[in-house]
Design a protein around this ligand. Structure first.
Ligand code: IMP
Length: 198
């Protein structure tokens, strides 16, 4: 069965491909294969709202089974920022490096004890008939003020997971086994496998 990942983010696509490797009968496509498709604006106030609006919009427009991911970094001491604005934190068209730079400037002003943060990943599975399942998962950690590591994407070089001593950008494929995205995928799998085997 074909499933479309409603994203053009090559890092997310790579991570999902790795995580769905063991699922039999699944052919994974992404929005890179649908260059004419225009995703909707991400107007939701929460990760879940954005994941659902992206999933349903793509499922109806492409007439297929879709998984959408809305995710980001939440820093409680910054009132939850960057949060749902993680991708466009330093501006609508900002790069990951620009977003990290803005965040680093802000966390340098925080006490070390206030640099806790978590990644959240919300996944929504939809068909053209509607949303089948939406799940969410988090990983807690702390932020550092200088980038370390070159793997991964986004805020990975600034984030050290609880009980680790390296950033997500330094642990290579270990991230795929312990990340917020992996935990969310595990919650979604039973529903996905039921649809595939129906
Ligand atoms: P989205 O594409 O609207 O869901 O925005 C996702 C943004 O959140 C990314 O561009 C990154 O800035 C951040 N983000 C989400 N997941 C991760 C991750 O696994 N590592 C690092 N940054 C992430």
């Amino acid at each position: 069965m074909e499933i479309v990942l409603a994203t053009k983010n090559l890092h997310k696509i790579r991570e999902f491909r790795e995580m769905f490797k063991g699922v039999k009968g699944l052919e994974i496509l992404s929005l890179s294969q649908f260059p004419h498709y225009q995703p909707p604006p991400e107007t939701g106030a929460t990760f879940a709202e954005n994941a659902e609006l992206k999933a349903l919009h793509a499922a109806c427009a492409l007439n297929c089974l879709v998984i959408a991911d809305d995710s980001g970094l939440v820093v409680p001491a910054l009132n939850g920022r960057p949060g749902v604005n993680s991708r466009r934190y330093a501006g609508e068209e900002s790069t990951d490096a620009e977003n990290r730079k803005k965040l680093m400037q802000e966390i340098k002003l925080l006490d070390e004890g206030a640099r806790s943060a978590y990644f959240e990943c919300c996944l929504s599975l939809a068909t053209p008939q509607g949303i089948k399942k939406t799940v969410s998962a988090k990983v807690e950690g702390t932020l550092i003020t200088e980038e370390l590591g070159s793997d991964g994407f986004g805020y990975d070089p600034l984030f050290i997971k609880l009980d680790y001593d390296k950033t997500f950008a330094q642990i290579g494929k270990v991230k795929d086994r312990v990340s917020h995205r992996r935990k969310a995928v595990e919650k979604l799998l039973p529903t996905l496998e039921a649809i595939i085997s129906a």
